[in-house]
Design a protein around this ligand. Structure first.
Ligand SMILES: [Zn+2]
Length: 442
């Protein structure tokens, strides 16, 4: 029961009590659930680009209708030098902060800089306290964001048994060295009730493979959307729906991405976003989320923690593909709409939507406003001039570097929630972890 209800239902009597009585107090009599949705790289530019395309500047995403908002600072430590910060994060150190409440250095998966000490995650704490737990991603489930909620390893690229043998960063965690093994192996040995996403190739086949270990540990492996729809409700689920990452639902026509301005200042032709046939057959984020909530709420009185990652906002932005980022924000928004309806009927459900870090895409004029001055002004980066549903053009620019992939950027990230009394203002990703932990009474 929220603070608003506590105060409202208490009536006039409450007015005689000190105002502090109306600060947020968890009602431990009710089942409590937390859903953390992470849009990987979903900064204000990505949300605005997607809103403009999907519903227009005056339309509203489900995200926009959540009553609570905050800004979240991103803290990244240097691996070598205590007290030294870095200003642009990766998905491993940011997911680690959200999952464990502890800042770390880039590339680390729920481990501390230098000491390599394992940091307990909210999934582990929730499972130990009797909550159901689930993790969903449109990336490989071994990718940094989902991994940081479940596994502990010095390097995010220690994903498979094969990686363990060839990457020196993985040395301490090798099974032969007495360690817990690769990320895939750790996921297979986890207490999760469900883990849904891509990355089938990372789990291998046959004796001793992470896939075999998962099956021995009681996971039912699901590989198609039909498997998910028919998944045995009493079993634990390991959904490996694609070999690698999911395919984006939308792409640029003819595989186009943002392009450089040509000789003589010729801007790229407008680009149309089209459905990607490669995405058919894989379950959508809405389907996975809906199935997960049904699975996690089987036992009355037992709450859950669920992390859902919309991973391709980031991956598409790295390769300057705005259509795919838009489609991935749309997927997150569909899942969110379902979750908001669920929360309406389950009063102690906290929904938090946030990003791990900001990304390269910038919403810019589709041709420079300064061109009118007579100079051939254009971006030094790459631009996509997206053909909008209403016939206009929207410019999306990428210019973090001259390489074949763009980089993350380092601004604070947005946060949206259905429970404004639980969190607001400016906080760090570690603070968000604290809010979730307190909400679950852990
Ligand atoms: Zn990234």
């Amino acid at each position: 029961m929220s603070i608003a209800r506590n105060c409202k239902h208490a009536g006039m009597l409450m007015l005689t009590v000190a105002l502090t009585a109306c600060t947020y107090m968890p009602d431990t009599r009710q089942t409590r659930n937390v859903v953390l949705l992470i849009g990987d790289g979903m900064d204000a530019h990505q949300i605005t680009i997607a809103r403009n395309y999907l519903v227009g500047p005056t339309g509203r995403l489900a995200l926009d209708d959540l009553p609570g908002r905050a800004d979240v600072g991103v803290v990244t430590l240097d691996e070598q030098t205590p007290g030294v910060f870095r200003y642009v994060p990766d998905s491993a150190n940011t997911a680690t902060a959200l999952a464990t409440g502890t800042a770390t250095s880039r590339g680390r998966v729920a481990t501390a800089p230098r000491t390599d000490v394992d940091l307990p995650t909210i999934v582990e704490l929730a499972a130990a306290a009797g909550y159901r737990t689930g993790v969903i991603s449109t990336a490989e489930v071994t990718d940094a964001t989902p991994a940081s909620f479940v596994a502990h390893i010095a390097g995010r690229w220690c994903k498979t048994p094969r990686d363990m043998g060839r990457n020196p960063l993985c040395a301490n965690d090798r099974v032969e060295a007495g360690g817990p093994g690769s990320i895939a192996r750790q996921l297979a040995g986890s207490d999760l009730d469900l883990l849904l996403g891509g990355g089938r190739e990372d789990f291998g086949e046959g004796d001793g493979s992470p896939r075999a270990l998962a099956e021995t540990a009681g996971f039912t492996v699901l590989t198609t959307a039909a498997d998910l729809a028919a998944a045995p409700p009493a079993n634990r689920w390991l959904g490996l729906f694609t070999e690698g990452n999911f395919a984006p639902r939308m792409v640029g026509e003819d595989g186009r991405t943002a392009e450089q301005v040509g000789e003589g200042g010729a801007f790229p032709a407008p680009m149309t976003c089209v459905d990607n046939p490669g995405a058919s057959g894989q379950p959508g984020m809405l389907e996975m989320t809906r199935s997960a909530v049904a699975r996690l709420t089987q036992d009355p009185g037992r709450g859950f923690f669920l992390m859902v990652e919309s991973a391709l906002i980031d991956k598409a932005s790295h390769v300057r593909n705005p259509c795919s980022s838009i489609a991935e924000v749309a997927q997150l928004d569909e899942a969110l709409r379902f979750l908001v309806n669920f929360a309406d009927g389950h009063g102690e459900t906290l929904i938090i939507v946030t990003a791990d870090h900001t990304q390269a895409a910038q919403l810019v004029p589709n041709t420079s406003l300064y061109q009118n001055l007579g100079d051939p002004v254009h971006t030094p980066g790459r631009i996509a001039r997206i053909q909008m549903p209403d016939g206009t053009l929207m410019g999306v620019n990428y210019a973090t570097n001259s390489y074949f992939v763009e980089e993350h950027t380092g601004a604070h990230v947005p946060l949206h929630t259905n429970r404004p009394e639980v969190l607001a203002g400016f906080l760090t990703q570690s603070d968000v972890y604290g809010v979730m932990r307190r909400f679950l009474g852990l």
